[in-house]
Write a protein that binds this ligand. Structure first.
Ligand code: TYD
Length: 130
């Protein structure tokens, strides 16, 4: 349903750095980046699936929970490590919640923004993934 990517960290006494380039480190050409912060702790974001889009989601600060659903099973992934990426392909319903105050979620996406790629209705999602 998902893959956790462990990025190489260039760390020293000054701190840490992760660099992402397509190839061994990264599964697709990045066409879009967006990030989310200042989210109310109990907000539930997402609530959609994508027909084609692939994403790598990184919690660059703080923590949050991703609830992933392929129409048959659900799994919760806790993200709290800037050196890890949650790789999600298409046809996965996602909700994310339990945001820490300092949570910043950065999303690297394989396509430009396209509303027609979204499935925002859960029943419709179940119909499409059957
Ligand atoms: P939405 O995808 O609903 O956010 P989330 O799934 O995190 O709750 O997007 C929220 C708003 O931002 C919506 O009006 C569409 C807009 N938006 C863009 O304009 N470009 C983008 O790349 C994204 C992801 C959202």
């Amino acid at each position: 349903m998902y893959k956790l990517l462990n990025f190489s960290v260039h760390g020293n006494h000054q701190g840490n750095l992760v660099a992402l380039e397509k190839g061994a480190d990264f599964p697709f050409d990045i066409k879009r980046v967006y990030y989310i912060w200042g989210t109310d702790k109990n907000a539930i974001r997402g609530k959609h699936a994508h027909r084609k889009l692939e994403q790598v989601i990184i919690c660059t600060s703080g923590s949050c929970d991703f609830i992933l659903d392929n129409g048959k099973n659900k799994v919760t992934v806790h993200l709290d490590n800037p050196a890890q990426g949650l790789y999600i392909k298409h046809n996965i319903w996602r909700e994310f919640t339990n945001f820490s105050d300092d949570c910043v979620v950065m999303v690297l996406a394989s396509e430009h923004y396209d509303e027609t790629d979204y499935i925002r209705d859960y029943e419709k999602f179940l119909g499409e993934v059957e």
